[in-house]
Structure formats: structure tokens, C-alpha cells
Design a protein around this ligand. Structure first.
Ligand code: ATP
Ligand code: MG
Length: 793
């Protein structure tokens, strides 16, 4: 072995090398971000193979995501200088356990072709059980029970092992229902995600022969991101490594960000107890980031207590300071980041040109992605969303859009199928078949089929009543969207408060209609509320539910940029059409959680506002646990950056068309000043104030109130004090919206103007982007400023 060249060892520092070469016995590598833990782990696999200690199928290596597993396989191949013939046991806990469980399913009462339930199936099953037990599902929702069962499974508690202290859970019925659920799963030859691990742990605990077989088989075990393992995963590892103890775990307590999903950072501490004599390797040199970035990250994480405490250093020079910038609102933030990305691409910021592949935007909450996706589509900037569906592909967004589609085009049968029983209306498969048959029999759409089926009492009872209500609602929402029917000769728009920039009456399907009485945003909210869809998620007790509600709000917000629902739906259809992955460089957008273990030369961290990051939930919690996890997330975010890290926040976010002002994140205060450069927000200096104020469609007063509020906030003051007053991006050529809206602020009372349709007039009122004008011929009207020109005679 010693005689063979080992270039992969030459790339390592002494501490890493030690971790790589010490193949036998337990090794714990505990080190901060970017210190080469994953690199060492990969080299260790190579070393096992090259030294002939193990064949590829004798190495069990666990990564946190499938993406990480793929990357590790590639890296191993590269280091070996050849493609490896499979590493069958390199994957996530779940992917490895599925394979194992298929081999031994009968030991836990399953067949090897068992199905794995997704969350929807799981909920459906739990609902049936809850009903069968005569429990009121409204008070005791299935999602709550599913969360509870997941939690127990993460702790490796089978029904009989759930401790007495949990007996009161779910109205004292939790354990009993858990037991019934497991029985039912077995009858269905199915299991859920949590079972994959739990069953394997059970098998190992109860079948010594099977355990021994795998202990012999997996001669070497390696685990990345060890800080995020839960108890069940930990037990599984401990059982497998129990005999030979050739286990190498690498992790960083400062990057433990899955506590909310049952991960236990205490597993790291337990390691030394369970594997006495474990060799602990500490790495302190960071190879990823420049000194400023590293110092900023260290400054933030220092705010946490009870850390194992590690100091990092880098040989890299200072580089660029971490850049910090505040924006007027979320749209401005997205616009600015888009421009920065284009500038970085060209290398016009005094920073070397970067490929789009080298840039990433890391968000705290997935709903933040929407503004970036829309902006990048508008300017044609290629992007990809990693680790989750893109905004418009999310479950709740597709559901909501199905409602909108159905209101715009009642013949959209696919949309109808999607929402007919979402939220649950007691319309099961049977009722839905009746609707289908009726529609086919009469040759009509499903909505129409449903209406007839109710009319003819083909569907009766509660389901029938609910279906009738749905049909009536859909018809009513459509009427609302189309606007009131006008009687012959009747003219809409006589009311001087009306905004008119179109004909006073529209002809729809031969019927003259007046202008709709509610905006399409209001209509969208109405649809989501009256259909019970919003309430469905409000009643939901799973950790994802608040995020889904946020996404729905974000959806309504997105509508503002469009003239009507139809225009919006077309826009989304185009986005979805864009779906096919084209080759070429792309900016990555992902959540901070999904960014774990990754690195990018340039990283943008938007939305650093209290309530968003740290999340409201973590701030409301008593104690610092939640807040500390958020801080670790901030640390993960900053340490993803190699050369350039830009943190930003918006002073306002618009929620349901209302301005909500936010304070800069408390984490911003924790960034050490000497490593941060505060950039001047566009619009704050250089006369852009008015432009910022003219944004949006809120009334001028509202806007100004929000402005006063934010600019007087302690956060802004601090930022101004610290600002280097260096204007960031001037001149700003590409800001069409602002130029447009700046025009608004150019108008003043009493000014003589010309309107494309109504001719000359004088401004007698200004409200947001609307002007009230006394026209010489057409009388007094309120019009959208866009259509008005200043009269310069
Ligand atoms: P994280 O905690 O974020 O997962 P990590 O500790 O796993 O980080 P790696 O991703 O393995 O760190 O390494 C970070 C970067 O440093 C990579 O680009 C890697 O190639 C580089 N690197 C690691 N060790 C060395 C070394 N000894 N010499 C040069 N570069 C190194
Ligand atoms: Mg890593």
C-alpha cells in the first residue's frame, strides 16, 4: 500500500490526513464549516478502496440528501481517477433503509413489495381512524396526530415503547391510535417514511442473526452531517457499528438545523460515551471562505450558548467584506439582486466575473422565492430552484390556482377534479364517479355534471349539500369576476369615484357588463376563504402549515402585478412551460436548509428581517432554543460563501395589498462591524426617496406612513450611521418601473395634463398611482397616472 502513489492524501492537511488514515476504530470529526469534513470523508472512502480494506459494497456511507450522495460518488470517482462500479450503500438514511427493509420486510409483518405512503395518504388513513374512533376531527385534526406519530418514530418509540409521560397526547388517545395506525399499515402492506428506520431498528433489535449479518457486511461506516441525526438514526448506526466499531462520523454542532424535525445535537456528545476511546479529530482551518466572511459568521454564532466552541481560521486574505443592504420592499430587493447578479456576471463591480453557476440565493422561507422567480423570468436570467418544487409547483399553490382556473374557465375539468374534495367535502371516489358519469351522459363539463347530479339527487346527503354549495360558489365567483350585468341603456361608471381607463361597459358572451366591483386580488382572497381552503391550512397543525399559508398570501400578492386573473394564469402557464431544464449556467435559489454542505463563490442572503429571519415562531417561543437554531441557520448561510456574501433586508413587505413594515433582523446587529460594508440602498440617497414612495398601489398616505415608520426605525438609523454612503449602482438604467412611477411623483395639484382618452384637464387629487382630474370635456374622473401626460405647451 505504502508503495502506491496516493495523490488524494497529498491534498489533505495533517489533521484531515489523520482522520483519513485511521481506518479502524471509532473516529469523530468535529469541526466548523468549510474545514474539509466532507472532503476528508470522501478521501476516506477512497483510501478504504485503494488500500484494499474494503470493497465498494462493504462501505456504508450516509449523507443528508440525495444530491450530496450523488456528489460524493462523483468525487470518489474523480479521486480514484476512474468510475467506481457502484457504491450501493452510499445514500441517505431513507434510501438505504428502503433497500434493507425490502429484504427483511416479513420480519415486521410486511411483504417485500410494500408501498411507501406519502403524507397525503398518511393523513387520509389517520382521518379514517379518527372517525372510526368517534373522535371529533375538527378538534383533533389528523395532521396533529401525524406530527405526533412522526415525532415518536424519530425517537424510535414503537407503540409499546411510548413513555407514560406522553400518555395524555392527543386527548389521551395518541398511543392507542398510533397502535391502530401501525396495524392498519401492516394490513395495507404499507409503511410511512418514519417506519423505514423504525422497522430496521426493530429488526436489528429483535433478530440478532440479521444484525450480525450486516455488522459483518458493512465493515466501514461513514456519516456526514452527523449533527442532524435523530434518535432512531442514531440507534440504527450504533447497532450496525456495535461489533467492529469502524465508524467515522463528521459534524458541526453549530450547523445543527433540524431540531424541529427531531434531530438531536446531543448525539455528538453521546458518541464519545457509546464508543469509548473514540478518536476525536478537530479541524480548524477553513478552506472555503475569505477572512471577512469567516469572521462575520463566527461573530454571529458566538451569540449562542452551550456550544462546543471552535475557532476557525483561514489562510485566505481578507477579500471583500460582507455586504449589507436595506431595501424599500421585497420587489426592490429582488430587482437589485437581479442587477447585482448581472453585474457580477460581467465583472463590473470591481470583482472578477462569475458564472451564474457560482451564485446562489439562499432564503429562510420558501415563499420568498416567488419574487426572485418572477423577476428573473422578466429579465431572462436563468435560474434553478434546488431541493423543492418551484413556487408555482407547490401543492397549495396548485390547489389555489385550480380554483382560479375554474372561475376563469369553468370547463377546466382537471382543475375541478383537483379541488372538488379539497378541502374535504365528503365527496369520495363514489361521488366523484357519479359526477364523471353524469357529465359524460349529458356531454357537459364536470362542473355542469356536478350541478345536474345534485339537481337530480344522484348525490345526496352531506356530500350533495357541499357539492351544491361548491357549484353555487363557483358560479358566484365567476359572476363577481365578470362584473354586474347592465340593463339595456344602463351605463356603468357614472360614479365619479370610479377608476375608468376603459370603456364603461364590457360585453361578455353577449351580455353587457359593468366594471367588476372587487379587484381580482380581493376576488382571489374571497375564493380562498369562502371555499374553506385557507381554513383547511389554518386548522392544520403540522410544521409545514404556516409556510403554506405564507405561500398563499404570497400568491395573492403576486396577482397585483397583473390586470386580472386571466393574465396571471397565462403568466404562470408560461413559467410552467419554461420548466424543461435547459443546459447552461444558472443561478441557484434554495432554502438555507437545503444549502447545507454546499458552497458557492457568491451568495445572496435576502430577507434578514425580524419575523422572517429569525422566524416569528422562534421569536414567540419562550426560551432561546428556537432562536439559537435560527442563529445556526444564519451561520450555515454565511459560511456557504467563498468570496462574496451579500445580506439584505426589505423595510416593507406587502401582505394582502397592505404594507407591513419590518425591522432589520437582530442577527444583523450581531455581524461584527469591521467585517461588514453597508451599501447605500437605492432610493435612500440620491433623490430616490420619491421613487420609492411611489411604488405600489397603496394609497399615498399609507405609503408615506410606512416610509416614516421604517426610516425612523432604529434599524434604519443604525444602518445609516454605519453606512459608508457609497452609492451602489448608479446610474440605474434598467429600472423601468421606477421611471414609470417617478412620473407619478412628477405630478402636482393644479397641473394641466392630457389624457389619451379624455383630453385636457386639471389635476384636483393625487392618490397613489391614481389621479383625480377635472377634464374640460369629460367631467371629473379618476384615472391611472400611466395614461396621463404633463401638458407642456
Ligand atoms: P460544511 O460544514 O459546510 O459541510 P465541510 O467541512 O464539509 O463544510 P468541505 O465541503 O469538505 O467542508 O470543504 C470545503 C472546501 O474546502 C471545499 O472546496 C474543499 O475542496 C476545500 N478543502 C478542504 N480541505 C482542503 C485542503 N486540505 N486543502 C485545500 N482545500 C481544501
Ligand atoms: Mg460538508
Amino acid at each position: 500500500m505504502a508503495a502506491r502513489p496516493a495523490p488524494y492524501l497529498d491534498d489533505l492537511n495533517p489533521a484531515q490526513r489523520e482522520a483519513v488514515e485511521r481506518l479502524d476504530g471509532p473516529v469523530l470529526m468535529l469541526a466548523g464549516a468549510g474545514t474539509g469534513k466532507t472532503k476528508a470523508l470522501t478521501s476516506r472512502i477512497v483510501h478504504l478502496l485503494v488500500s484494499g480494506k474494503a470493497r465498494p459494497n462493504e462501505i456504508l456511507s450516509v449523507t443528508f440528501t440525495n444530491k450530496a450522495a450523488r456528489e460524493m460518488k462523483e468525487r470518489v470517482g474523480r479521486l480514484l481517477g476512474q468510475q467506481i462500479e457502484g457504491m450501493p450503500w452510499l445514500g441517505t438514511f431513507h434510501s438505504i433503509c428502503v433497500k434493507l427493509l425490502r429484504r427483511h420486510a416479513e420480519l415486521v409483518g410486511l411483504k417485500s413489495n410494500f408501498t411507501i405512503l406519502d403524507t397525503d395518504d398518511q393523513i387520509r388513513l389517520l382521518k379514517q381512524l379518527i372517525a372510526a374512533n368517534n373522535i371529533d376531527e375538527k378538534r383533533w385534526p389528523a395532521r396533529q396526530l401525524s406530527g405526533l406519530i412522526d415525532h415518536w418514530k424519530n425517537r424510535a418509540w414503537v407503540p409499546t415503547k411510548v413513555p407514560a409521560s406522553e400518555a395524555s397526547a392527543f386527548n389521551n388517545r395518541g398511543t392507542e391510535l398510533y397502535e391502530q395506525y401501525q396495524t392498519r399499515l401492516r394490513e395495507l402492506n404499507a409503511c410511512d417514511f418514519g417506519d423505514l428506520l423504525l422497522h430496521m431498528v426493530t429488526i436489528f433489535q429483535t433478530h440478532q442473526d440479521v444484525l450480525e449479518q450486516y455488522q459483518r457486511w458493512f465493515r466501514y461506516i461513514l456519516v456526514d452531517e452527523y449533527q442532524d441525526t435523530n434518535v432512531a438514526q442514531y440507534l440504527w448506526l450504533r447497532l450496525l457499528a456495535g461489533a467492529h466499531k469502524n465508524i467515522c462520523c463528521v459534524g458541526d454542532d453549530d450547523q445543527s438545523i433540524y431540531g424541529w424535525r427531531g434531530a438531536e445535537v446531543g448525539n455528538i456528545l453521546r458518541f464519545e460515551k457509546d464508543f469509548p476511546g473514540a478518536h476525536v479529530v478537530r479541524l480548524e482551518q477553513n478552506y472555503r471562505s475569505t477572512a471577512h466572511i469567516l469572521a462575520a459568521a463566527s461573530g454571529v454564532i458566538r451569540g449562542n450558548e452551550g456550544r462546543l466552541g471552535k475557532e476557525l481560521w483561514t489562510a485566505a486574505d481578507g477579500g471583500e467584506k460582507v455586504r449589507l443592504i436595506g431595501h424599500w420592499d421585497g420587489e426592490e430587493e429582488a430587482r437589485w439582486i437581479g442587477e447585482e447578479i448581472e453585474a457580477l456576471q460581467k465583472g463590473t463591480r470591481g470583482i472578477r466575473p462569475h458564472s451564474l453557476d457560482d451564485m446562489a440565493i439562499l432564503v429562510r422561507a420558501s415563499h420568498q422565492m416567488r419574487a426572485f422567480e418572477d423577476r428573473f423570468l422578466t429579465i431572462g436570467l436563468p435560474y434553478r430552484v434546488i431541493g423543492g418544487p418551484r413556487f408555482y409547483e407547490r401543492l397549495e399553490i396548485r390547489d389555489a390556482m385550480a380554483y382560479f382556473r375554474l372561475v376563469v374557465s369553468p370547463d377546466d375539468d382537471l382543475a375541478f377534479e383537483r379541488i372538488v374534495n379539497t378541502p374535504k367535502r365528503g365527496l369520495g371516489d363514489k361521488a366523484q364517479q357519479v359526477i364523471q358519469h353524469t357529465a359524460r351522459e349529458f356531454g357537459v363539463s364536470l362542473i355542469e355534471g356536478a350541478r345536474i347530479a345534485v339537481e337530480e339527487e344522484r348525490i345526496k346527503g352531506k356530500g350533495g349539500g357541499q357539492l351544491r354549495l361548491l357549484c353555487e360558489n363557483l358560479a358566484r365567483w365567476r359572476e363577481t369576476m365578470l362584473g354586474p350585468v347592465l340593463r339595456p341603456g344602463e351605463i356603468d361608471g357614472d360614479d365619479p369615484t370610479d377608476v375608468i381607463d376603459d370603456e364603461p361597459a364590457f360585453v361578455v358572451g353577449g351580455t353587457r357588463r359593468g366594471r367588476p366591483r372587487v379587484t381580482h386580488m380581493e376576488l382571489a382572497e374571497m375564493i380562498l376563504d369562502e371555499s374553506g381552503y385557507t381554513a383547511m391550512w389554518q386548522a392544520d397543525k403540522t410544521p409545514e402549515a404556516p409556510g403554506r399559508l405564507e405561500n398563499l398570501k404570497e400568491l395573492v400578492k403576486a396577482l397585483e402585478q397583473f390586470e386580472n386573473l386571466q393574465g396571471f394564469l397565462e403568466h404562470v402557464a408560461l413559467i410552467m412551460d419554461n420548466e424543461s431544464e435547459e443546459a447552461g449556467a444558472k443561478v441557484s435559489i434554495m432554502t438555507l436548509h437545503a444549502a447545507k454542505g454546499l458552497e458557492f463563490p457568491a451568495v445572496f442572503l435576502p430577507g434578514w428581517e425580524d419575523g422572517l429571519f429569525p422566524s416569528q415562531r422562534s421569536m414567540d417561543e419562550s426560551g432561546v432554543k428556537g432562536l439559537e437554531e435560527e442563529r445556526r441557520l444564519a451561520y450555515v448561510g454565511i459560511t456557504r460563501a467563498e468570496e462574496l456574501c451579500t445580506i439584505s433586508f426589505a423595510g416593507n413587505r406587502r401582505v394582502f395589498g397592505q404594507w407591513q413594515s419590518a425591522l432589520p433582523s437582530r442577527f444583523i446587529d450581531e455581524l461584527p462591524e469591521e467585517h461588514v460594508e453597508v451599501l447605500t440602498p437605492p432610493g435612500l440617497y440620491g433623490g430616490g426617496y420619491g421613487a420609492a414612495a411611489a411604488y405600489g398601489t397603496g394609497s399615498g398616505l399609507e405609503t408615506r406612513a410606512a416610509e416614516a415608520n421604517v426610516y425612523n426605525s432604529p434599524g434604519w438609523k443604525r444602518l445609516q450611521e454605519r453606512s459608508t454612503q457609497r452609492p451602489v449602482s448608479q446610474p440605474r438604467e434598467s429600472r423601468n418601473t421606477i421611471i414609470d412611477l417617478q412620473a407619478v411623483s412628477a405630478f402636482e395639484m393644479g397641473q394641466r395634463v392630457f389624457h389619451q382618452k379624455f383630453g385636457y384637464g386639471e389635476i384636483i387629487g393625487i392618490e397613489g398611482d391614481k389621479l383625480e382630474i377635472a377634464f374640460e370635456k369629460a367631467g371629473t374622473k379618476k384615472v391611472v397616472a400611466r395614461f396621463v401626460h404633463a401638458e407642456t405647451d
